[in-house]
Design a protein around this ligand. Structure first.
Ligand code: SF4
Length: 456
């Protein structure tokens, strides 16, 4: 099959799904599929789904309703459209998806999407297909690499998956069931992928994994390398000026990794470390394996290693058994750390997880009220952090043209969007910017000195 067809891939949820969607597109490209941003134009629609919260899952089924209408409209003019569901909902529900949404032609799990070309060919011959068994082969060994053009189209900042799955089994989480046991990619493969990205113009790499700081991939010396050592090696790749990693578990913030924040100038001083709660009672019921004191201790050590560190986090409100006092401990943790940003969610019971069976579930009204107060605390801390950036000079990696003529937009070390009146030739480069104005979701500034493209 080589004739030009169009694929529309819609990603839900986390950065790992964004990465997987890119790899699906790369794997389908040699089969003649070109990506389209419009589902209406597509011959193949892939929904790459998220199962972490009930709301995310419901979104997928409502999206499938819309896709059915598109499919029927195309069929009425003699055009065949195939619909595939991939990702964590596919992994968790398998054949149940086809039963609930018969418009679906193919269900493919998170570990099986390297088989997409063969699965599509089989599904075309008729009948809905479901492939969610964990495969024997490693998908990364089979996936096609992105073309230079695809890398450039995705911008100067790229994700690289280094680790998948999780062995922690927090009582609220489906990841250990949908993504399987912790597995790390070998160092050599990660470096090859990073070099390819850097040669096509990528300047910033974010290493991703469900539990990225548990990374222990095989190094070229045959030994298991920890994340700190991998980061040091990636810092040597020509052209890579910035590194980040996400998502981390507080328990796996080991001494060597904390020291990497002191020793590696390319490692950005902004770290996402999910706390989930500030109450030891709730943390223990979540089986998080860290206490509030452990968490604060880790933050203190990171700040000692690199004083300009800032932090973001995830919080769940209304976990079963969470009292008002527990919740207030979460609010006080937010103020104590002074997070630059955070994601917050109402607890939603995921079938099959231990927390879903806990008897003391919290009512929706109480959850909504706590979420409102939590988000106010996060917003207050985030605004204070942004305000402290006023007058500072920050290194900005420019990514694209801005909304106004003559403006370009980039990211600060803290992932804030920074808008500057400057030449487009700076896109893909890093320049020092003095921050002159701060709004709720952007910083504005002016070039502090002539741009220097690190690594050039
Ligand atoms: S560490 Fe993260 S991915 Fe693993 S079970 Fe806990 S919440 Fe889920």
């Amino acid at each position: 099959m080589t004739s030009a067809r169009k694929v529309h891939i819609k990603s839900f949820g986390c950065q790992m799904n964004v990465y997987d969607s890119h790899r699906m597109a790369d794997t389908l490209a040699p089969e003649g599929f070109r990506e389209t941003p419009r589902a209406e134009d597509a011959d193949l629609i892939v929904l790459n789904t998220c199962h972490i919260r009930e709301k995310a899952e419901e979104k997928v089924f409502s999206e499938l309703g819309r896709m059915r209408t598109l499919k029927e409209a195309a069929a009425s003019v003699g055009r065949r459209v195939m619909i595939a569901v991939a990702g964590c909902v596919a992994q968790a529900h398998g054949r149940e998806i086809v039963r609930r949404a018969p418009t679906v032609d193919l269900v493919v799990g998170s570990q099986n999407y390297h088989r997409l070309p063969a699965l599509i060919a089989r599904a075309e011959r008729g009948g809905a297909l479901v492939d969610t068994e964990f495969p024997i082969e490693d998908k990364f060994g089979v996936l096609r690499p992105p073309s230079r053009a695809a890398i450039r189209a995705r911008g100067v900042s790229a994700f690289v998956t280094v680790q998948e799955g999780c062995d922690k089994f927090c009582t609220f989480c489906v990841v250990p069931y949908t993504r399987g046991a912790e597995a790390s990619r070998p160092v050599v493969k990660i470096i090859e992928e990073t070099e390819r990205l850097a040669q096509a113009g990528v300047r910033e790499i974010t290493l991703i994994g469900q539990n990225v700081n548990a990374y222990h991939g095989q190094g070229p010396d045959g030994r298991a390398w920890p994340l700190a050592r991998l980061l040091a090696r990636i810092g040597e790749v020509r052209g890579i000026a910035r590194m980040r990693y996400t998502t981390s578990h507080p328990r796996d913030m080991k001494t060597g990794l904390i020291a990497a924040h002191r020793d590696l100038p390319g490692l950005m001083p902004y770290l996402h470390v999910p706390a989930q709660s500030g109450s030891d009672h709730v943390l223990s019921r979540m089986k998080r394996r860290h206490t509030r004191a452990d968490y604060l201790d880790t933050i203190t050590h990171l700040r000692a290693a690199r004083p300009d560190m800032a932090f973001s986090s995830d919080f769940i409100v209304g976990f079963p058994g969470e009292s008002e006092r527990d919740f207030e401990n979460t609010l006080s943790l937010i103020d104590e750390v002074g997070f630059a940003g955070a994601f917050s969610f109402k607890y939603s019971a995921r079938p099959g997880t231990p927390a879903a069976e806990m008897p003391d579930q919290i009512g929706e009204d109480a959850k909504s009220e706590r979420l409102y107060r939590l988000q106010a605390a996060i917003d207050r801390n985030s605004a204070a952090f942004n305000a402290r950036c006023l007058g500072r000079t920050l290194e900005v990696l420019f990514e694209k043209p801005g909304r106004h003529p003559g403006q370009i937009v980039g990211r600060s070390p803290y992932l804030q969007a920074v808008q500057v009146m400057a030449p487009q030739s700076l896109i893909g480069k890093i320049a020092a910017v003095t921050i002159t104005e701060v709004s709720s979701n952007s910083l504005f500034g002016s070039l502090a000195r002539a741009a220097e493209a690190a690594g050039d």
